[in-house]
Design a binder for this molecule. Sequence first.
Ligand code: SF4
Ligand code: SF4
Ligand code: SF4
Length: 1024
Amino acid sequence: MSDRMKIMPFKNLMEWIIDENNTRKSIFGIKKYYKADVKKGFNIYKEHMETPIGPAAGPNSQLAQNIVASYVAGARFFELKTVQEMNGDALAKCVNKPCIKAEDECYNCEWSTELFMDEAIQEYIKAWVLLHFVSKEFGLGASDGFVFNMSVGYNLNDIMKKDTDTFIECMKDANKHPIFNECKEYLKAHINEYSNFKAEDIEKIPSRVCDSVTESTLHGCPPAEIERIARYLMDKKGLNTFIKCNPTLLGYERARKILNEMGYTYIAFTDVHFENDLQWNDAISMLERLMKHADELGLSFGVKITNTFPVDVTRNELPSNEMYMSGKSLFGLSIKVAEMLSTVFGGKLKIAYSGGADAFNIDKLIDAGIWPVTVATTILKPGGYDRFYQMAEKIMANVNGIVSFSGEDVKKVQTLSEECKKDKHLIKKSLRFKQNKIKSKNPLTDCFMAPCSNTCPINQDISLYNYYVKNNEFEKALEVIYRTNPLPFMTGNICAHPCTTACMRNHYDDHVCIRGNKLVAARNAFDKLIKNIKPVASNGKSVAVIGAGPGGIAVASFLSREGYAVTVYDKEKTAGGTVANIIPHFRLSQDEIQKDVEYAKAWGAKFELGVEKNSVKELKDKFDYVVLAIGAHKENKGGFNGDDKCINAHKFLKDFNENNGKLDIGKNVAVIGGGNTAMDSVRAAKRTSGVENVYLVYRRNLLNAPADEDEINLAIKDGVIIKELCAPESFENGNLKCKVCKLGPVGSDGRSSIEVTNDTVDIKVDTVITSIGEKVDSDFYKNNGIEVTEKGLPKLSALLETNIKGVYAIGDGAMGASIIVKAIANAKLVSVAISGKAFAGNELPNESIESIYKERAILKERTAMCCHGNVVASENGVGANACGAQSVGASSAIPNDASRCLHCNKVCETCNEVCPNRANVHIELKDGTHQIVHVDSMCNECGNCAVFCPYDSRPYKDKFTLFTDENAMQDSENDGFYYKDDNTAVVRINGNKSEYKLHTSDEKLKKLAEVIDTIKDKHRYMVF
Ligand code: SF4
Ligand code: SF4
Ligand code: SF4
């Protein structure tokens, strides 16, 4: 496969647009058509744009189809990808692939256009003609409602050379290139096929494509050269000119400080570019001169804030030494440059903007007088170009009539610059954010799946229950949940929700509140559902379970549902294990925990509580099966065993619950750890009578902590004092001595390593609580003749059976301290082993494709609180609902957070959305299924689709690929096909080539044969 894309002939572009619009109501995959109100808009350099937004010079403004896709979705200002003397093959050799990584903040190692100069000219002229066609034919706006802005680089000598000069001249007058006429001739020849676009419209297409230019220079370009280029472009080319500025204008110290304040401490860069790039004082005097000069010439002049920011590759992000940062991490830098310039020039310097703009902030930028705004990162993420729609709607809702530049509102720019440091959409939330991908290659057909379900240890039908919750069909939702999960209350309250790390919604705003939606279903439907449950007929088999924690209750539910007589024993008087006895009671309702027990009882399970069972043999003699769910409760105090003022977290939390927080642990308490139990402990300590100060002592920083982000935020809001980068060494006489740590290089897991320094810090506390994991009591197993591993865990078969037949072990006691849902997964596995039933679900929601499309590409705040359903204020005033979001109500469900679900198992198409070039197309087969086909000639191997595919796979390499011909296939290793002639396709699967006679069923190819037939019959224009 070649990393060189081809430009698409105008004919194919036109056929593609018309066919896709007629058959799918989309254009290059864009489903939301933005229809402009032609009475509104923005004037810029005597031109008019119906919205002040568009793609930034980059991967999204390189090809004609990219520009059309942007326009259809709502863009009206197009900053064409930069051209320079080095282009085509010569440039391609310098750009390593993949070259884009937009997973959270964005990095790239690409450059100017990868097309040859003449191809770039053709693409921009074709796009210019296409927008005139599309705007009229589909009624999307006025033919003069959009603006093209060319971008040239990188030094005056090159800009004056023939190739770049020809480019500039052709942009000023498209008549200078034959493609302009060829496009018009094509339209004339087909004019009868169009509904609204008429012959006279062809003649109205202006030959002047661009009146304006953005000057782009390389880092280190001397100020005099920057000024010379600007003067040349204005004086000799008569162009309205914007100079692209670098964030390095801020100076190293200021840039570093802003990035640190926003959590981007790990982004590494030196002061080299800061020293070599344009300096602040030089910039100001140069801009003053150029503003004056432009005024004299009657031209517009301004700055483009900002270029991307060069940083070091430290985590193998891209195959390069240096890469360019953009997106949310650039916002703080760009807006600071804007603020400083706006302040110096009193708001009179025109500022075009790029740097982390998205639907959450774009209206504020425009409102502050900063426009046009171009974007790249946000439209490289799922939703893709369709994200323009929301941005356009949001901006234009606040616009009345036509806006002309009247200066920035300096105060508003300053506010934006200050507030961005606290904006949750812009700051780095967690270093752990890394999409949890499904560890397999995406299949050639039918690849859509819900990664949340695949990541969930019990594979819950999340998409399906979200669908029912969204529609307030709570009973159906709860029935779906019970198929795989008998503990909806426990998991709905406090599941560690690994599903959320795979949720595709993370790429928009925040994960769907998956466990909260479950709790909504449980709270609203349990009472009705439980009434209808009757024990099923006995199958004559019996099961004893030791331990009434989550694993034990789950086994009891699964197996009693299948007619087994299950008895659960526990030495505690209350069923629920850790959830009931250790998790602080202010976090979840004890009544709700018991509803999960009630469910098991309703099916016939018996619970004998306050009864300690230590003999497995005794039980095995009486029951057919024995399941050991003993938990991990052996105290672990790390190296602090000697001091009686040092207590283990589990013991503390148990005492806290038993005594309603009335304990004597002094005024000052430190909790050591960074996991969820540590967060429970600090929050419980904060609520303990007499306690004034609670310290969370952790050897890393919180960005690297394993605790759930919601839990950390709750602890912070409770007023816990965070002592990051402190490694506790000793605790003597009320003094917790810690070694100061610093962050070292980032490892391949994305976490910073820790370097312990010789500096120490003392924390004066009365009590230390250690939260460093509990141990399994292996004596229990040994005493019962159960073999254990070196770690003291029981030796188990794949189905969790011990060396004693019919005796199984599950949960923390089998695998070491872990999360509840893994204990349920164990319970399920053992229940499957005993009963032969699957306890699985895999059903698609009945959501319409149209509704799913409507939800895609729309950024929304997560309004629901996912962390707790039942937070109550404590005596000492530590507050309820501390995370500030709405709690899960019994009748007033989460304000439909479930509607944020994208139902990825029904529609994914993510690789289609995020491809700047539209090289992953989705086609519909006769059976109604949507399939993804990769079009080799449109792909430049940027790698963006691989970043977002929920599989650990690369769609541009792993999806079924359409090749233009034999040579293209030879150039690639992809599975795929090309049309040898009108009746035959050559197909390659796993390296084996064969011929397929079109429209004949092929046993081996199955659906792939249908894909080949469909493209030939309906989408021939894809072959070029
Ligand atoms: S958007 Fe919905 S289906 Fe997709 S991963 Fe998230 S919860 Fe699952
Ligand atoms: S198919 Fe993937 S690698 Fe190819 S251009 Fe599109 S996003 Fe980039
Ligand atoms: S990103 Fe593309 S290849 Fe991956 S699952 Fe989604 S549709 Fe399939």
